[in-house]
Design a protein around this ligand. Structure first.
Ligand code: NCD
Length: 345
């Protein structure tokens, strides 16, 4: 039986497998065509018909965006994705400020309300690890079919970011290097705040679901107070995937195919003292790092980057290896594909 995402909640990267991911990424490629058509570009007659079919199926669907934490890309790309698909979008203004959360309402009660309004999917971002799972349990205890999509839960996970990250890596291998990603070994550096960043956690799990263990190697680069947490390292060891830890990007710059930069998650440091000068010199894209990076490497970042810390200086943006803007654009295609798969199959 073919596996499907229809009716499922998207809570963590571990729930995916290679077959589901390949199917989703194929759909993301189609969505790029749909976007071209919506922008007035030329597409095949088949694509026009497919677009009409999706829109009529989605016209009945209601998608709520419930964000308890700031967001630019994730919020807007989900919003545009839902609109492009022709769904009805209920965008809740910043939940921490304007909704009844201010009055102390629990997630359970909020979700129960949404279920009552006939919402089909709730895209949810929170500052609390595990909140998406809590919402999912609340939705199911209500007996309604509503999918919860985790758009980031504290320092837990950010699975839809990992999907667009992996899609970007796949497109690089396939479109630019003309190689089948599954036959290649990916050496990937995660750089910056690995202790509090949820994107690197989700991407570590997801890469493991997509590549054979011997085709993957992680290089974790961070100051000692921001090291990758043990749960991820234990997971990798259990899967026989190699990883090693460093404090300076320059030490691995010539080894990696993908250099995934992150900002210091200041809002989650909880009193930990961070030496910003050390990070600025050693966990950032510097001229020395750029000289050592392979010609065929790519530099990614989930964004926002932090100009005060300077993990990727603006002068690097014109380098062909800079992929973070394309990466963010891919978020639209991947999120359209995901919403379509979850709501229509
Ligand atoms: C990331 C997040 O919210 O975790 N941003 C995003 O969704 N693109 C990364 C971050 O805030 O540093």
């Amino acid at each position: 039986m073919k596996k499907t995402l229809k009716g499922q909640s998207i809570l963590e990267s571990q729930q995916f497998d290679k077959e589901i991911l390949d199917d989703l990424f194929k759909e993301a490629g189609n969505m790029q065509g749909v976007c071209r058509f919506l922008d007035g570009g030329e597409v095949s007659e088949d694509a026009v018909q497919e677009c009409g079919k999706i829109k009529s199926g989605m016209a009945e669907k209601k998608i709520a965006l419930l964000f308890y934490e700031p967001s630019t890309r994730t919020w807007s790309s989900f919003y545009v994705a839902a609109e492009n698909l022709g769904a009805r979008v209920m965008a809740i203004p910043p939940a921490r400020q304007f909704s009844s959360v201010v009055k102390g309402e629990t997630v359970k009660d909020t979700i129960a309300m949404f279920c009552g309004y006939g919402i089909d999917a709730i895209v949810m971002r929170s500052d609390k690890e595990g909140m998406a799972k809590e919402a999912d349990e609340a939705a199911h205890s209500n007996g309604r079919q509503v999918s919860i999509i985790n758009a980031g839960d504290g320092s837990g996970q950010h699975p839809t970011q990992a999907l667009l990250d992996l899609y970007t890596i796949k497109r690089f291998f396939e479109d630019e290097l003309k190689k089948d990603i599954h036959n290649e070994k990916i050496n990937i550096a995660f750089v910056g705040d690995l202790a509090n960043g949820r994107t690197v956690r989700s991407l570590a799990y997801l890469l493991n679901k997509y590549q054979d263990p011997e085709k993957l190697e992680f290089f974790f680069v961070s100051p000692s107070v921001l090291k990758m947490k043990d749960d991820i390292k234990e997971y990798l060891t259990g899967k026989d995937v190699k990883y090693s830890e460093y404090e300076k990007l320059i030490d691995v710059a010539d080894k990696v195919d993908v250099c995934y930069m992150t900002r210091v998650q200041k809002e989650r440091l909880g009193g930990i003292q961070v030496d910003y000068d050390f990070i600025r010199s050693n966990c950032s894209i510097t001229e020395e790092v750029v000289k050592k990076l392979k010609k065929d490497a790519i530099v990614m970042h989930p964004l926002p980057r932090d100009p005060a810390f300077g993990e990727i200086p603006e002068w690097f943006d014109s380098d062909p290896r800079a992929k973070y803007i394309q990466q963010a654009e891919n978020g639209l295609y991947v999120r359209m594909a995901l919403l379509k798969k979850v709501l229509l199959g």
